[in-house]
Structures are given as structure tokens and as C-alpha cells.
Design a protein around this ligand. Structure first.
Ligand code: ATR
Length: 273
């Protein structure tokens, strides 16, 4: 029988996860399908019930449900517990087990390039759900210090506290200070929503240089202003679509217990741009 998978969230119509996973099924000749299912805020419980009704084999969770999803899990991975959010769920006879592949999915493109994180300084822009998983990732990899810059100061301070609780040295600055001092950091990561609407970079890029590694998790458009400016400064750039693929491959491997066909997944994704 065909196995069904899904991504739930709201908005969901622009999600690229169905394209990525269905391309993988096709590449490996698997009898599976993956759908996007809009579940509005406040309706997560009902949404999960209906997924159980159709005997969903597994699902991804995205904005705004990643944190609330934790309440409905029968079991959760260590990463979920640390981050406090789940983005990948398996369903076996109505027993839901949660995972979080955002953290390792984020780290994957850095590791693939053989760029060391240990002992390096990180400038992290943003303090939302994605920034939290990223801060946990840098803490796990023993970055020297994680500096958070966020529009809303309190949220930035809160995230700095969280990073410190995971053993990383951490502090909080303004976005303006971040731009001025960007040259002092090995990693500069945009985990804000700025760029999605083609806005200018959230920080000044003047100080970015050839030693910088600039990672923008905004994947649409692929070349955000931050990425374009950073390339001009000869920085190493990492694209948002790489994190998207990284987390999708890890989810695929949790569900199917076989290696994800990365190239087929990448091809369909880049074809979509
Ligand atoms: P996600 O799960 O993708 O991280 P989120 O939790 O809504 O989404 O977080 C969005 C992040 O983008 C936040 O850090 C937000 O800053 P605030 O904490 O001040 O809201 C940031 N952000 C969104 N729009 C922004 C803008 N126009 N300028 C600066 N930061 C912005």
C-alpha cells in the first residue's frame, strides 16, 4: 500500500518539501507520496487527528507548529528536547515520535565544506525558532562565542541565555552594531525573515571580507541581498536551500532508513527557482 507523508503548517502553499520528497521517491522507485496540508494556528490537535485517520506514515512540521508539536508526541529525540521544538514526526500505530533535523540540517553544508566551527566566533542574526536550532548547533560544535543580534532586544537576550545554558559563551548586540563589527566573526548567519521579500540585508555588509562565512537561511530568493553583497566581498557563502535540503535528507533517512538521493532532491529544488 502507498505510504503517505505530509508537511503541516500555515502558510503551506509555497512549501518545497513535497517537491523534494516526491523527487526522492521517484528516484528510488518508492511507493510513497508526500503532500502539503494546511493546519492553521490553534488547530494542531485536530490536524494531527486527521493525519492519524489517514494513517500518515510520517510528517514534517513547520511554522507555526514546531514548538506546540512537542505536546502531542509520545516520545521525542534528544535534539527535540534541547531545542524545544520538533520538525519531523514518525507515526507507528498512532504512536508519534518527534525529531528535530533543523540543527543537523543546518550544520551539514558547513561540514560538507570542511569548515571548522570549534573555537570560532559566530554572529547570529535573529532569535526565532530557526535561530534557536542554529544556536544549539553552534553550541554543540563548540563555537567559541555566539553573538546574537535581533530586532527585538529581549528576544535576543533570551536566546543568548539559552546558548549560554548549552555551554557556549554568548552575548547580545544590536543589528547596527552587528553590521559595524561583522568583520570580527568567522560565521555570519541570517536567521531572520529579512530577504524573503527581496529587502536589503538586515546588516551593513561593509565589514564582511574574504575570511567570512556568510550563511543565509532564507532560500527564496536564492540570492538574497546579503548573499549577493557577501559574494562581492569574496566571502564564502552558504545558501538557504542547502539547509532546506539538509533537514529534508535527514527526515527522509529517519522515515525510510535508507540514504537520501541528495542529487535528485537538489535538482528538483533548483529547478523550482
Ligand atoms: P523562524 O521560525 O523562521 O525563526 P520566527 O520565529 O517568526 O520564524 O522568527 C523570525 C525572526 O526574524 C525574528 O528574529 C524576527 O525578529 P523579532 O524577534 O524582532 O520579531 C526577525 N524579523 C522578522 N522580520 C524582521 C524585520 N523586518 N527586521 C528585522 N528582523 C526581522
Amino acid at each position: 500500500m502507498t505510504k503517505t507523508f505530509a508537511v503541516i503548517g500555515d502558510p503551506i502553499d509555497h512549501s518545497l518539501s513535497p517537491n523534494i520528497h516526491n523527487a526522492a521517491f521517484k528516484a528510488l522507485g518508492m511507493d510513497c507520496t508526500y503532500i502539503a496540508y494546511r493546519v492553521p494556528r490553534g488547530e494542531l490537535k485536530e490536524g494531527i487527528e486527521s493525519l492519524k485517520q489517514i494513517k500518515i506514515s510520517g510528517f514534517n512540521v513547520t511554522i507555526p507548529h514546531k514548538i506546540e508539536m512537542m505536546k502531542y508526541l509520545d516520545e521525542s529525540s534528544e535534539e527535540c528536547k534541547i531545542i524545544g521544538a520538533a520538525n519531523t514526526v514518525t507515526n507507528e500505530n498512532d504512536r508519534l515520535v518527534g525529531y528535530n533535523t533543523d540543527m543537523d540540517g543546518f550544520l551539514e553544508p558547513i561540514k560538507k565544506r570542511n569548515i571548522a566551527i570549534k573555537g570560532e566566533d559566530v554572529l547570529l542574526l535573529g532569535a526565532g525558532g530557526a535561530a534557536r536550532a542554529i544556536a544549539a548547533g553552534f553550541a554543540k560544535e563548540k563555537a567559541r562565542r555566539i553573538t546574537i543580534a535581533n530586532r527585538t532586544k529581549e528576544k535576543g537576550q533570551e536566546l543568548a541565555k539559552f546558548a549560554a545554558s548549552l555551554g557556549a559563551e554568548s552575548n547580545e548586540i544590536t543589528l547596527e552594531e552587528a553590521g559595524q563589527n561583522a568583520g570580527n566573526y568567522k560565521f555570519i548567519v541570517n536567521a531572520t525573515a529579512v530577504g524573503l521579500k527581496n529587502e536589503p540585508s538586515p546588516i551593513s555588509t561593509n565589514a564582511i571580507n574574504s575570511q567570512s562565512v556568510v550563511y543565509d537561511i532564507v532560500y527564496m530568493p536564492m540570492n538574497t541581498d546579503l548573499i549577493t553583497q557577501s559574494k562581492k566581498k569574496s566571502a564564502t557563502v552558504i545558501y538557504g536551500y542547502e539547509m532546506l535540503l539538509g533537514q529534508a535528507c535527514l527526515a527522509f533517512e529517519i522515515w525510510h532508513k535508507v540514504g537520501a538521493p541528495y542529487d535528485a532532491m537538489r535538482r528538483v529544488l533548483l529547478g523550482g527557482f
